[in-house]
Design a binder for this molecule. Structure first.
Ligand SMILES: [Zn+2]
Length: 445
């Protein structure tokens, strides 16, 4: 026979479930990819342990250079993040050529990673509606117990997937706040570091430095079984450990040769190229790619430091950033766009007030998604026809049509000479502009 309490519990659980289901659902064939194949299983003493696997391509480089798993280490049996007691996590990771992250690496992950906030906690209003006194010990006790059930875990998992889809997760960003983070404590003993979140009430500031709430007192010792719906860990590759498989190509990107680390993203060069072809006379006073040393020191986490961002000058006559910013956010490569006191990002895909000190009213800032940095295809402001002549093959064909056959560089020189351009054989933005004009001026089929 059910007690009233059981009924209340079921009702709250159902209400939370309804909350999750009310979120936009993942589209069929959506981009969210939870790793289930090509995993490396952890072995101990030559035997595969449980169903714990690490997706060998599921790593991302933090600015410090360490490679960290993008989603936490996976439990294939439950198709969810693995929940292991710290001792096992430590031992198994080492056996697999990985280690737990340090608190400093979690700080980096917190800065760099994707943040998702699954809404799977009953709200105070909900608790009150079902007869609990919100924030009472009874409510908190029930909530803690409930959150360790399989059912609650499944609700949580559903919410995570919905939010990953909403954030256009491609499997190439580390997810910063998935579960509680396990880490080595500074003293060297094992422990759970806690639950990282950007909400200051949880995260706090200690001595000017962000810290992760320490849950170790409440959670040790963990049992060796499924204990908690979100106790999990990320893995860091031991230096020298090599991935056995190549990184996957992001879906939809053109096949390209990866640019070396530390180079300017091709997507960034393409943004400048397209704008220069569109408006050869545009002002360039506030253009920027690589930061100055001063800027680098002042903004150590800027995407400019990795060659993944571009600043485009606002020129109301030739390159109006009011228009360019609206175009930029339609490009799948855009991760963050800042213009005129407002910011748009993949994580919050709507214009919001920008709180930074520089209002960005002389230039528009565009960060590109690291996984799409090698995509040099045309940006939405490219003039019609430009897409046809950004590859050597397209350039050769176009030159041939205009009567300049043969070797690309020679033909380019001949075309440049005939067009009154600097003759350097380099198919740059001025040559592209002249070529589009040549096609526009001649009545061609
Ligand atoms: Zn910028």
């Amino acid at each position: 026979m059910m007690t009233l309490n059981d009924v209340q519990q079921m009702a709250v659980r159902a209400a939370v479930h309804a909350l999750v289901m009310a979120l936009p659902q993942p589209k069929p064939g959506g981009r969210v990819k939870i790793f289930t194949s090509a995993d490396k299983q952890i072995e101990e003493g030559g035997r595969k342990v449980a169903n714990i696997a690490i997706h060998e391509t599921g790593f991302c480089k933090l600015p410090s250079g360490v490679e960290i798993s993008m989603l936490p280490v996976w439990d294939r049996e439950y198709d969810d993040a693995a929940r292991l007691p710290p001792a096992k996590a430590d031992r198994w990771l080492k056996a697999g050529g990985y280690r737990l992250p340090t608190p400093e690496e979690y700080d980096e992950l917190e800065e760099e990673g994707l943040h998702i906030e699954p809404l799977t906690l009953p709200t105070p209003e909900m608790l009150a509606r079902f007869g609990f006194v919100p924030r009472s010990q009874a409510a908190l006790d029930w909530q803690s117990r409930e959150m360790m059930t399989r059912e609650w875990c499944d609700i949580h998992k559903a919410a995570v997937r919905v939010l990953l889809e909403e954030a256009a997760y491609t499997g190439h960003q580390p997810v910063a706040n998935y579960g509680k983070h396990w880490s080595k404590k500074k003293s060297g003993e094992r422990g759970i570091y806690g639950w990282p979140t950007r909400r200051p009430a949880y995260y706090g500031l200690q001595g000017g430095r962000r810290v992760i709430q320490d849950f170790s007192q409440r959670h040790e010792p963990e049992s060796e079984v499924f204990v908690d719906y979100a106790t999990t860990f990320h893995a860091v590759k031991l230096s020298g450990a090599k991935s056995t498989t190549k990184p996957e190509k992001p879906a939809g990107s053109k096949p390209t040769t990866p640019s070396p680390a530390g180079s300017l993203a091709r997507a960034v060069s393409a943004a400048l190229r397209d704008l220069n072809v569109l408006s050869p006379d545009r002002g360039r006073a506030s253009d920027g790619t690589w930061p100055s040393e001063a800027h680098r020191v002042q903004s150590p986490n800027s995407d400019h430091n990795r060659g993944n961002a571009v600043d485009l000058t606002h020129d109301p006559v030739h390159a109006d950033c009011h228009i360019l910013s609206e175009l930029a956010i339609t490009d799948p490569r855009a991760e963050e766009v800042i213009w005129n006191g407002r910011i748009w990002s993949v994580l919050h895909p709507e214009w919001r007030a920008y709180e930074g000190t520089n209002p960005h009213d002389h230039h528009m800032h565009v960060s590109v998604r690291p996984e799409l940095r090698d995509d040099a295809s045309c940006w939405p402001w490219a003039p019609p026809g430009l897409a046809e002549i950004i590859t050597p093959e397209g350039q050769r064909t176009a030159l041939e049509v205009l009567g300049y056959a043969g070797d690309l560089e020679k033909a380019t020189r001949a075309f440049q000479k005939a067009s009154g351009l600097t003759v350097d054989g380099d198919f740059g933005s001025k040559t592209m502009r002249a070529m589009l004009d040549a096609f526009g001026a001649s009545p061609k089929a």
